[in-house]
Design a protein around this ligand. Sequence first.
Ligand code: FES
Length: 138
Amino acid sequence: MAYSEKVVEHYENPRNVGSFEKGDDTVGTGMVGAPACGDVMKLQIKVNPATGLIEDAKFKTYGCGSAIASSSLVTEWVKGKSLDEALTIKNTQIAEELALPPVKIHCSILAEDAIKAAVSDYKAKHGNAQPAAATATH
Ligand code: FES
């Protein structure tokens, strides 16, 4: 299968590969796998606690070229966004930007799922997933 130019470009020059130091509580981590192919994507966001904005992101993807390109692209897209804005990123936008063919759509879904998982991990760590009152009465 021929990859689009943008996929090849991200694949050859992936942005933000790596991971943040363990124990950094300003980091949210999302780890997702694609049942269809067994590929795995780990995506991390680093949030500035003062502004609530994502100031950095990193990924490690064990997968196809489209999955690597999708994760590279979304680490660029989430920077400067709030958590809620990051949640609005749709796999269809990723697929369109990278001109993914139908058989590679699940690779972009993996990237959308990884962002969502990273955001909910961050929120869970910081107690934003529940109203503060839910924990205060016990
Ligand atoms: Fe499964 Fe791309 S082939 S993530």
